[in-house]
Design a protein around this ligand. Structure first.
Ligand SMILES: [Zn+2]
Length: 101
């Protein structure tokens, strides 16, 4: 009888470790994906620091790890301002670039 429990316990342990290994692999893969994405980013135009892709308001922005500068791809600023039509930033953006409206 105790052999059955031993086997059951062993199977549960194996399942546990298999799941842990799977989680560790997933984390590693995600880290490698992030590194590959970062390697494709150009250096910061201002200070040559490394740009790191982060997410702001569901829009991916590139932030410099050295000077903290934020860089937007074409269209991203419009995406951000479009969500906030009444705010000061949208008003500033529209006053600076009226031909874009
Ligand atoms: Zn920089």
């Amino acid at each position: 009888m105790s052999e059955i429990f031993d086997e059951r316990r062993k199977a549960l342990e194996e399942e546990y470790f298999r799941r842990k290994e799977q989680e560790a692999l997933e984390k590693l893969r995600a880290k490698l994906r992030d590194q590959a994405a970062a390697a494709q980013l150009p250096p910061c135009p201002k200070c040559d620091g490394r740009l790191i892709e982060t997410e702001f308001e569901n829009i991916k922005i590139d932030q410099c790890s050295r000077c903290g500068g934020v860089w937007l791809d074409p269209g991203e600023l419009q995406q951000l301002t479009a969500r906030e039509q009444e705010g000061w930033f949208a008003r500033l953006w529209h006053s600076l670039a009226p031909e874009r409206n």
